[in-house]
Design a protein. Sequence first.
Length: 251
Amino acid sequence: MKIYPKFTGAELEKLGLTGNMPKHVAIIMDGNGRWAKARHMPRSFGHRAGMEALQEIVRSSHSIGIEVLTVYAFSTENWRRPESEINALFSLLVEYFYKEIDELDANNVKIHVLGDLSRFPAKLRELMETAIDRTALNSGLNFAIALNYGSRDEIVRAARAIVQANLTPDDITEGIFSEYLYTNSISVPDPDLIIRTAGEQRLSNFLLWQAAYSEFVFTNTTFPDFTPEAYYECIKEFMRRTRRFGKVLPN
């Protein structure tokens, strides 16, 4: 079990990570299959390599002081994949929640799961719910995993819940609507930075509402090769940008 270090100001300065750091980073973890294909290996091999890369990104996020890390692990559209690949992914998720929970909890990480868990096998669902309950009072890195998640589905579910709550049209504001989204449980619900690996440049139904003012960084690096150093480069690109939120800044 690893205890994650907290980098000092001097260490952050050496990495070039001083200044306007993002509070919430979201990652679309793409390219596991292509990484495996390039090595003439099955896609499941790439997913395992991606899981190992994710472990390092979680540790690094804690070390540099990120408040929220959200990762896109399994979308509502991923059910269209071959059954063998889905089963391999589920086995990896069971392994991850079973093996990593002690380390995550020991490092004060709070786990969130975004999405509809009802379609998952009972064993996986139980492990996820246990991880959420066990870390509920932790106050360190918020680690949100999007599983069976689709943003359009999330928005439709929110709209249905609002109707069922008998709210009047005048009651419904952006803030009220956000309370019915999966991300309502996260301390910083909207991502400052969204990173997508493996060269694609689209959101793929991820955090559509929450990404209204996010900065995007796309990298050609596949996720299994997405090292902490590559992660830091994406964060530094974010830090070089000026965020206006619709305002005109003084000269």
